[in-house]
Design a protein around this ligand. Structure first.
Ligand SMILES: *Cc1c(COP(=O)(O)O)cnc(C)c1O
Length: 380
């Protein structure tokens, strides 16, 4: 019998490295940034970053300054990896990030002011990457603000306070090939590059592609692609293809030992609210993972789990710490493995199956797996 010791997320770093190699083979002379924001989409930022660097990656990407500092504090030295960070607010640890040699993304002139102060505090110049809003409507400078941002950055560069290391932007609909916004964003990015380069900016890297653009849009590869979900072996969208279609293998397996098995009569309510009532005499298995562990409460009565060689469906509500499976009278033993999702090759559901069941995307399924779930790293 397939027993497991504890509820855990098994993270296959060998698969992660293989996924990065597969992505690299796709992008020619461009480099692949390993995006490790949000604790590496729930996989563990430091172990993932170390594995990515061992596989030849030179760039790491994070959203928040604290994430960048945590990587440096965890021993990822500036000689080993550049770290690009893209979501800043006025009270962020600007000076600490300059001191830690983080590439700071700037989308507005106000942020250049914070960088200049941080440079004085840190006593060393900053690396800055300018971000253009080419149509996503999130962060980045609008085309009419871009020339002013570029010239303000060039002034600081001439004063020796900063070096503009990159120019970049982000897609809105790269997961829908042929969407008209894609070409419009590419055109807008080329125009932003032209304006910046005419003003004397000499970026080390120009970049625009996330995973879907990395997989489907060679004209968006430029010098660097920012790969998030694809390096974790998941497809950016089921419409684009399966992970295997892109040479990718899911990195995370979520499993737990069954904590209780018992026989109950027909008509027995299961879990809070009795939203599920046993249709006949049956066996119930209790799985020690709940919404505090990141199992969506939306998986109530719908999330799929492999137990005893069959897919079962969660019976009734997902609780904070646990949920129940109706085994339809089949036997099971305490300690036996319930596999929620994984690569799929033992017949288990995938994160994509969970996304479909819960009306969300696989990104959210893996990223929400919480801090209470231990990660076990393997190189299978
Ligand atoms: C999260 C993020 C990425 C990675 O996106 P994926 O679709 O997971 O590859 C790339 N760039 C930016 C700016 C992001 O916020």
């Amino acid at each position: 019998m397939n027993n497991v010791m504890r509820a855990e997320a098994v993270v296959d770093l060998g698969a992660l490295q293989q996924n990065l190699r597969s992505l690299r083979a796709r992008v020619g002379s461009a480099e692949v940034m390993s995006v490790v924001k949000a604790d590496a989409y729930g996989h563990g930022a430091l172990p993932v970053a170390r594995a990515a660097l061992a596989a030849g990656t030179r760039w790491l990407g994070v959203a928040k300054p604290e994430e960048a500092l945590a990587l440096r504090a965890g021993g990822i030295a500036p000689e080993q990896a550049r770290i690009l960070c893209w979501l800043w607010t006025p009270a962020a640890p600007w000076a600490e990030c300059v001191a830690a040699d983080v590439d700071i993304t700037v989308s507005g002139v106000w942020a250049l002011g914070r960088v200049a102060e941080a440079v004085r505090a840190a006593g060393r110049p900053a690396r800055v990457q300018l971000k253009a809003d080419t149509g996503l409507g999130r962060n980045g400078a609008q085309p009419h603000d871009w020339p002013e941002l570029v010239s303000a950055a060039r002034r600081l560069e001439r004063e020796g306070l900063i070096r503009v290391t990159g120019l970049w932007s982000h897609f809105a609909c790269a997961d829908e090939p042929g969407h008209p916004s894609i070409q419009a964003q590419l055109d807008a990015f080329h125009e932003a590059l032209r304006v910046a380069e005419a003003a004397g900016v000499q970026p080390e890297v120009r970049h625009m592609a996330n995973s879907p653009a990395t997989l489907t849009l060679p004209e968006a590869h430029f010098d660097l692609v920012r790969a998030g979900i694809a390096q974790y072996g998941l497809s950016p969208s089921p419409e684009l293809g399966t992970p295997a279609d892109f040479g990718l293998r899911p990195v995370m397996t979520l499993q737990a030992p069954v904590a209780s098995v018992k026989t109950v009569p027909a008509g027995h309510g299961v879990s809070y609210g009795h939203t599920y009532v046993t249709p006949g005499r049956t066996t119930l298995a209790l799985v020690p993972l709940g919404y505090a562990d990141g199992i969506p409460r939306h998986a109530s009565s719908t999330g799929p789990v492999l137990l005893g060689g069959k897919w079962r469906t969660i019976a009734g509500r997902v609780a904070m710490d646990q949920f129940v499976l109706d085994l339809g009278g089949d036997a099971a033993e305490v300690g036996e493995a319930a596999i929620l999702f994984g690569p799929g090759d033992q017949g288990e559901p995938t994160a994509e199956d969970w996304a479909r069941a819960c009306g969300t995307i696989s990104y959210e399924i893996v990223t929400r797996i919480g801090g209470r779930v231990p990660r076990r790293y393997v190189e299978a």
